[in-house]
Design a protein around this ligand. Structure first.
Ligand SMILES: Nc1ncnc2c1ncn2[C@@H]1O[C@H](COP(=O)(O)OP(=O)(O)OP(=O)(O)O)[C@@H](O)[C@H]1O
Length: 205
């Protein structure tokens, strides 16, 4: 059964959803988009049971929540989508989407493949963008350089990446990008966003 948002927010614009393996560059591209269009987009703050990384703030980067509270909230139907990744639960609450809709902004989300499958079951009708890394060795290199993962968490992310890359090749996506050169990838993303998500028609003459 579809979760019906149409009565809750009849004019809710189509959200913009990003998916791709850990390290493919989702956060980097989303940040550039938010910097270019601060008035247009609002990023949903996800809940997670994982521990905060240095510098991450509750309510800004994530809502950090313990596992039993998260499970209770999921059972209560408070989440649009949720997924288990690297042993932690992540999810987007209905509340997080409503908060952005109330500001008149387009909802921007970064979710994994399980989340994409779930959100496609709602009436939100999202634009879905998949970010591919140039290669698996390059993905590993970037995660190593980011210095945020333990050896175990790095291995889990890389193991999952193969499956995710395959999912990125399915027709679930309105746009797929290869994040090789960051400026080039961002330019392509921005064009897609302007012409589709924001429907800005740029005259060619
Ligand atoms: N085109 C690029 N070339 C080189 N490095 C890049 C490029 N895009 C992103 N990076 C770097 O790769 C690392 C991973 O990027 P980022 O954190 O944006 O990935 P992510 O997909 O959001 O990962 P996660 O899902 O784990 O949050 C970062 O250190 C980022 O600065």
């Amino acid at each position: 059964m579809q979760t019906d948002f149409s009565t809750m927010h009849p004019k809710l614009p189509r959200p913009l959803v990003f998916c791709g393996p850990s390290g493919s560059g989702k956060s980097t591209l989303v940040k550039r988009l938010m910097d270019d269009f601060p008035e247009k987009f609002g990023f949903t703050v996800s809940h997670t049971t994982r521990s905060p990384r240095p510098g991450e703030k509750h309510g800004q980067h994530y809502y950090f929540i313990d596992e039993s509270d998260m499970k209770t909230a999921i059972a209560n139907g408070d989440f649009i989508e949720h997924a288990v990744f690297s042993g932690n639960i992540y999810g987007t609450s209905f509340r997080a989407v409503e908060d952005i809709a109330k500001q008149g902004k387009i909802v921007l989300m970064d979710i994994d493949m399980q989340g994409v499958k779930q959100i496609k079951q709602t009436t939100l009708n999202p634009w879905c963008v998949f970010i591919h890394p140039p290669s698996l060795p390059e993905l590993k290199e970037r995660l190593l350089k980011r210095k945020t993962e333990s050896e175990e968490s790095l291995a889990r992310r890389l193991a999952k990446a193969r499956e995710e890359i395959k999912f990125g090749l399915t027709p679930n996506f309105d746009k797929t990008l290869v994040n090789d050169d960051l400026d080039k990838a961002y330019k392509e993303l921005k064009k897609f966003v302007e012409e589709n998500v924001l429907e800005i028609r740029i005259p060619t003459v």
